[in-house]
Design a protein around this ligand. Structure first.
Ligand code: PMP
Length: 440
């Protein structure tokens, strides 16, 4: 039965699908971190719907909120009218936002996906500033619609790209493959200094910027955290030049990095935050939250039919409240630090592990060719073939792990924030085993 389903879907669905090809599973049941396939096999899910399932699959709090809403007779689709569920979601969201930002913020409900909220944020800032230029970073991932794709740096196989003529690409402080040939604090300082000089260079080819968009930890780009000092530099540089700073928290938000929002680590207040994935409690929801003085849109300036699905709002409000009430961001920081420590000792033992990095429960393990010469930062060439073998070896051990990064050589661990200590140990046991097998 499982093979028949897979065969039918392969012949009827687009060949652009990736997950379906790398994980030949027909999931029939899921709970917490566990997914069960049609053949009865069980998997620990470290992909979590690409970082969407902060509370894991089918968390009782989320199911309860959805059931309650269904039973209440509330309208499931009301365009952008004010419903009780929207009111509850907005309250939960504003209570969770960084202090100093929430007090003077507005929210705009966007189409259902993260990419919709990115489009809205960029367009809003272009409207508010009357400028068109956009500043974006190497390795960035912001989505697949034209505007979001134009600011995405990590394009891989996603061509053809929109012209991107308005976008100036800046060097993200990727410590392991440092853009200026020096790692650590100095590397991040050089990256910030380059940004500042380029913006001030009248012949730098930079169109007057409507916004700078960045991720505090790049996700698809290979789990690359930006140093807090660098984040503060980006805030200073943009503030001094009147450039709105948009932080894309689609993947880093809702507790994932060990703080409710990743901007809290550096303490900066952005001008806008783009939010999706976990804020819908596993249902599609995306918003842009921005400083109220940028609220320059006329009624009808940015519309869309599916802006605020009632069930997603109910599930999202319950998720945000549960994360706050249970201190799950703090728990993510704690478990993430323990997992990182064990991954670090694995790195010391296995030369195919070039780098271990991340924040909270957003962890990356970069696999390299240990026989090749290191560059001036000490990084060896990425090994995508090995990474693909490790992913397959993980799957055969009942562990779902996805790849990311420039060369698809970074194992990305995005377990739910509810992961137990035993599950964290099991993930690392299976991963260590899989890497050892694939590397020999
Ligand atoms: N921004 C970031 C940081 C993301 O990680 C993603 C999705 N991986 C997106 C935007 C786009 O979200 P969506 O796939 O829902 O359009």
């Amino acid at each position: 039965a499982k093979d028949a389903v897979l065969r039918r879907q392969h012949s009827r669905e687009s060949s652009a699908r990736t997950y379906a090809r790398t994980f030949p599973i027909v999931p029939v049941r899921a709970e917490g971190m566990t997914v069960e396939g049609a053949d009865g096999r069980r998997y620990l899910d470290c992909l979590s719907g690409a970082g969407t399932l902060a509370l894991g699959h089918n968390h009782p709090v989320v199911l309860e909120a959805i059931r309650r809403t269904l039973d209440s007779g509330a309208p499931l689709h009301m365009l952008d009218l004010a419903t009780a569920d929207k009111d509850e979601f907005t309250s939960a969201l504003f209570e969770s936002l960084p202090k100093g930002f929430a007090d003077r913020a507005r929210v705009h409900f966007c189409g259902p996906a993260g990419t919709d909220a990115v489009e809205a944020a960029l367009k809003l800032m272009q409207t508010a500033t009357g400028r068109r230029g956009l500043l974006a970073f190497t390795g960035a991932y912001h989505g697949m619609t034209a505007g979001a794709l134009a600011v995405t740096g990590n394009v891989g196989v996603k061509e053809p790209l929109p012209s991107g003529g308005e976008v100036t690409r800046l060097p993200y402080p990727y410590d392991y493959r440092c853009p200026f040939g020096v790692g650590g604090e100095r590397g991040a300082e050089l990256s910030a200094a380059y940004v500042e000089r380029l913006l001030d260079d009248p012949a730098g080819g930079v169109l007057p910027p409507a916004a700078m968009i960045l991720e505090a930890v790049q996700g698809e780009g290979g789990v690359v955290p930006a140093p807090d000092a660098w984040m503060r530099e980006m805030r200073r540089i943009t503030a001094e030049r009147g450039i709105p700073l948009v932080v894309d928290e689609v993947q880093t938000g809702a507790g994932r990095t060990g703080a409710m929002w990743a901007v809290e680590h550096s303490g900066i207040l952005p001008d806008a935050m783009v939010l999706s994935k976990a804020i819908g409690g596993s249902l599609p929801l995306a918003v842009v939250v921005y400083r109220e003085d940028y609220d320059g849109w006329q009624p009808g300036a940015h519309t869309g039919t599916f802006r605020g699905n009632t069930l997603a709002m109910a599930a999202g409000a319950a998720t945000l409240r549960h994360i706050a009430a249970e201190g799950l961001a703090e728990r993510a920081a704690l478990v993430g630090a323990r997992m990182t420590a064990r991954l670090e000792s694995l790195r010391a033992a296995l030369p195919v592990i070039g780098d271990v990095r991340g924040r909270g429960l957003m962890l990356g393990v970069e696999l390299v060719d240990p026989a090749a010469e290191p560059d001036t930062c000490g990084a060896r060439p990425a090994d995508p073939h090995l990474a693909a073998r490790v992913r397959a070896a993980c799957l055969s051990r009942g562990l779902i792990v996805e790849l990311g990064g420039r060369h698809d050589a970074v194992l990305r661990l995005l377990p739910p924030l509810t992961i137990t200590d035993e599950q964290a140990e099991a993930v690392l046991d299976r991963l260590a085993d899989a890497i050892e097998e694939a590397a020999t």
